[in-house]
Write a protein that binds this ligand. Structure first.
Ligand code: FAD
Length: 533
């Protein structure tokens, strides 16, 4: 019946926030009662993306926070464990639901879920409303503007955005009055059945070691803290941030964006305000808005590229005969490569669930085209499990980038697992923090402890090959061999390589070229290109 207020289930999937939440706002405006529901469908979540312990903690903390914030506004979060379709079927009947609202998402597994819910709506007679809230733009508009296909280079992507204009402004914050008319029955809010589960209910350790705490409240606090530092925001230049600083040298907001605890539109517009007040500010691809646009770029390409998270059947990805080597993969994953810079990064990943972008570069290059010639899909799966910010589109997009399978084309530039970290942390403080076994090595050996004389190893209390592994490969030999393999692949698959090619897309171009030429002013371009970063 037209104009009758709905009885609505608002289904949270990502979008775990009350600020800039257009779908929840639309639910509240159209309903006499709104049931805010999170269905904890463990089977679905684990089949969609493998989730490690740290991300489970982050999710539970985010749900707790959402629960608290909804309660403050007079409503509550109803967490229901079970298979989503049967949970919905049951509650729709019980609560006489006429509408289900949910954020539209681009991942195939979430799209399939939405199709299932649409079909259920047809069968049971409820409406489904889904709006985009997780990206700056409605991705479908970008595709339409590009003739129905995704723009495959960042430059082309920015061009399309310049035609579209700025993203929509964030919608207003929700307040208690919004919920007043449409609270769920109080007995439901108090029921034990609907509480956020504890870690032990999910059989994971009670405490998380990660310094990132989940939730909108924490995300907003971190955001506000950064925004106070207007000079830093205005001058932010990604390649100049430091991969091995002991505290993040970038915003560290990715876990919050990933689960939608923070709105990217809010961040985008707050950045715009700061840019408007500064005489000079950095620009994409290296500025902070540029980072959000990288996110948007990978979302756009992922949304319309078949098999985006795989090599086989993925039309933009080079088809490479990677080695299958479970033992070497295991050493990389478990921080036992024998290269302290690589192992320290993998240890930080295990312990905290977040590592700097350039640290991700280092370990991803090492695993794939740099040293081990192991498929980017294997690395992507490890990141998927370990990262707090694990994201379907961004993870796969960046792994393709780092393995030079798509998007990135300066494949002669291979990161050296010894020199890369040294540039910004010559004393090896980062290594000492994450690999305490090496802590007593003098700085000159900390990146390559196997070169330390026996006496120095004894003094450091760590014998290489016994207390810490010898390097698992000879980097020079492995990277030379892999470079030839990659050259051959790219010649053979020239057409595919060109699809995503625009050399000006590479944010590292600016920073690194400059730094390398400063280090080695006399070297020619060819030598510098081969120079390992
Ligand atoms: P900032 O530099 O402060 O940037 C702000 C925001 O912009 C980030 O929070 C993120 O949402 C976005 N952003 C920044 N860099 C990128 C980028 N290169 N591509 C897309 N979006 C970006 N990021 C994820 O969010 N999830 C992932 O699963 C993920 N996997 C990655 C895998 C590899 C191999 C590599 C090299 C990078 C990956 N990234 C991923 C991208 C990037 O490393 C992180 O987004 C960034 O390091 C997060 O830290 P930050 O929030 O401090 O970033």
């Amino acid at each position: 019946m037209p104009n009758m207020p709905h009885r609505t289930i608002h289904l949270f999937r990502k979008g775990l926030r009350l600020h800039d939440n257009p779908t929840l706002l639309a639910a509240l405006e159209s309903s006499e009662v709104v049931y805010p529901v999170y269905i904890l469908d463990r089977k679905f979540l684990m089949s969609a993306m493998n989730m490690g312990t740290l991300r489970w903690h982050f999710l539970l903390q985010s749900l707790e926070d959402l629960q608290r914030n909804l309660t403050k506004l007079g409503s509550c979060l109803l967490v229901i464990q079970g298979e989503y379709e049967s949970v919905l079927r049951d509650r729709v009947k019980k609560w006489n639901i006429t509408q289900v609202t949910l954020d539209a998402e681009i991942e195939p597994f979430y799209k399939e879920m939405e199709r299932t819910i649409q079909a259920l709506g047809g069968e049971m007679g409820f409406d489904v409303l889904s709006l985009m809230g997780h990206t700056l733009y409605d991705i479908r508009r970008i595709l339409d503007m590009n003739g129905g296909t995704p723009p495959l280079t960042y430059k082309r992507f920015l061009h399309i955005l310049s035609v579209l204009g700025d993203p929509d402004m964030p919608v207003r914050n929700l307040i208690a009055e919004d919920f007043q008319r449409c609270k769920p029955p109080p007995e439901l809010c108090l029921a034990e059945d609907y509480r956020v589960p504890l870690p032990e209910d999910l059989e994971i350790p009670r405490e998380s070691q990660s310094p990132w705490r989940g939730g909108e409240t924490e995300g907003l606090q971190r955001l506000e803290q950064h925004l106070k530092n207007q000079g830093w925001i205005a001058n932010f230049t990604k390649p100049r941030t430091i991969p091995n600083s002991l505290l993040p040298s970038t915003t560290g907001l990715s876990p919050y964006f990933s689960l939608g605890c923070l709105s990217v539109r809010r961040f985008f517009y707050r950045l715009s305000n700061i840019y408007a007040q500064s005489k000079n500010h950095s620009l994409p691809p290296v500025s902070l808005q540029g980072q959000l646009l990288w996110r948007e770029f990978f979302y756009t390409v992922a949304s319309a590229t078949p098999n985006f998270t795989r090599m086989a059947g993925n039309p933009i990805c080079l088809q490479i005969n990677w080695y299958q080597d479970a033992e070497r993969l295991y050493k990389w994953r478990m921080a036992q490569t024998g290269f302290p810079w690589i192992d320290a990064i993998m240890t930080q990943l295990h312990q905290e669930g977040w590592i700097h972008h350039l640290a991700r570069h280092a370990v991803a290059c090492f695993l794939t085209r740099g040293d081990l010639w192991i498929s980017w899909e294997e690395g992507m799966k490890v990141f998927e499990e370990m990262l707090l910010d694990a994201d379907y589109s961004i993870n796969a997009g960046n792994w393709m980038w780092l393995s030079a399978s798509a998007f990135f084309h300066q494949y002669t530039r291979i990161f050296c697992p010894v020199r890369f970290g040294k540039r910004t942390d010559p004393e090896g403080q980062y290594i000492r923090k994450y690999l305490p076994v090496l802590t007593n090595f003098p700085s000159k050996y900390i990146y390559e402890p196997w070169t330390a004389p026996e006496e120095a190893q004894k003094q450091a209390g760590c014998i290489i090959g016994q207390d810490y592994p010898l390097p698992m490969v000879n980097h020079k030999e492995a990277s030379d061999r892999n470079l030839q393999l990659m050259k051959q692949v790219r010649e053979e698959q020239y057409g595919t390589a060109q699809l995503t090619r625009d050399d000006m897309d590479d944010p590292m171009e600016m920073g690194l070229k400059h730094e390398l030429s400063e280090e080695n002013p006399k070297k020619g371009k060819r030598a510098r290109n081969r120079e390992q970063t």
